[in-house]
Design a protein around this ligand. Structure first.
Ligand code: ASP
Length: 355
């Protein structure tokens, strides 16, 4: 469904995609679930934006074929959203795109969209709500206006989350509250790379994408659980470790990691801490992980690490090249900027996974 307002020379030109989430939910008898067909309500929200800001908005509105509670997002959700956004931006050249999304997986989806759309000419802003549109105390209109403001006043390309009192770079954002209008936090400082990062090859066929997963370590972690995660996610596993990169490093656990990395399943280590970075050289367990072939995820959020790993694996990047890219600040997802490899080295040496 597409709605289009009359063009005006000074209008803010925006595409809006509604994918679901609390923003458009109602309790339909079995708990809150998203409603489809909210174009008229979104149009009213935009009309109020025009009234308060004194600027006309020319907008195109679309809904996902199936609007979802974002808890139902799968490994293709972000990719599909990114494809939709790319097509709109390249064909219509709007000032920006707003994606209305559920908050539960907004940071995961936003981070993946950020990688998929790196280099896109227009900003992409994800937003949503803690309380549905039209309900008392709803933050839906405020968040939508914040998203529009961010496109109107700071139209810097990139992918962001507009929520509560702030705008968060998607590759640094995390949902940290489900009872507060400020549901998201910029977990660590956003430090974009000083110069554009060398270009990656274009995606080939997406038919045989290998799934990528995430596992949080805890006291008592059994190697069988790790093994099961690696079998289920042969594309790679992000291990959310303790502190600067430690975990229960029993011989079985380390051997499981060594076997996985030798077989070509990357293991990326991030930290459960909200500040600081992984340093696998610091403690013996970290060194064991390093020796077993694990890759440091530096100070990436879990959402960004998972998104980046999945993005690179989907592109067919593997082995030493994957390690290089995982430790290179591509979009501001890492504050420890590694030396950027020359483009030709990467392009020449990239090994494409057989699909
Ligand atoms: N469960 C909802 C969702 O993520 C929560 C929200 O949107 O705030 O779709």
């Amino acid at each position: 469904m597409i709605t289009h307002r009359t063009a005006h020379p000074t209008a803010l030109r925006v595409h809006v995609l509604y994918t679901g989430g609390t923003f458009g939910m109602a309790d339909q008898g079995a708990g809150m679930a998203p409603r489809s067909g909210i174009a008229a309500e979104v149009s009213e929200v935009i009309a109020r934006y025009e009234d308060t800001r004194g600027r006309p908005v020319e907008f195109w509105y679309a809904e996902s074929d199936r609007v979802i509670d974002s808890g139902a997002a799968d490994s293709n959700t972000a990719f599909r959203i990114a494809q939709w956004v790319r097509y709109r931006v390249e064909s219509e050249r709007p000032h920006g795109v707003v994606v209305i999304h559920g908050t539960d997986t907004m940071a995961y989806i936003g981070a993946r969209v950020a990688f998929e759309l790196r280099g896109l000419a227009a900003p992409v802003v994800l937003t949503g709500a803690q309380i549905p549109l039209g309900q008392p105390g709803s933050d839906a209109q405020h968040n939508m206006h914040l998203a529009l403001d961010s496109i109107a006043t700071r139209p810097v390309p990139g992918t962001y989350i507009a929520f509560g009192s702030g705008l968060h770079p998607a590759v640094r954002a995390s949902k940290r509250a489900c009872d507060d209008y400020d549901g998201f936090t910029t977990v660590r400082e956003f430090t974009p790379p000083p110069s554009p990062v060398a270009s990656l090859p274009h995606r080939g066929s997406t038919a045989a994408r290998l799934p990528v997963g995430l596992l949080t370590v805890f006291p008592g972690l059994h190697s069988d659980l790790l093994n099961a995660a690696i079998r289920q996610y042969p594309g790679g596993v992000v291990l959310e470790c303790y502190g600067s990169g430690t975990m229960p490093h029993t011989a079985e656990v380390i051997e499981t990691i060594r076997t996985a990395t030798r077989r070509g399943t990357p293991i990326v280590v991030i930290t459960q801490c909200d500040s600081g970075s992984v340093d696998l050289e610091r403690y013996l367990p970290g060194r064991s992980l390093l020796d077993a072939g694990a890759i440091s995820g530096g100070d990436m959020t879990r959402e960004a690490a998972l998104a980046k790993l999945a993005y690179l694996v989907d592109l067919g990047v593997s082995g030493g090249r994957l390690r290089d890219w995982m430790t290179t600040n591509m979009l501001g997802e890492l504050s420890d900027t590694a030396t950027l490899p020359p483009v030709s080295t990467h392009e020449d040496a990239l090994t494409t996974r057989s699909r």
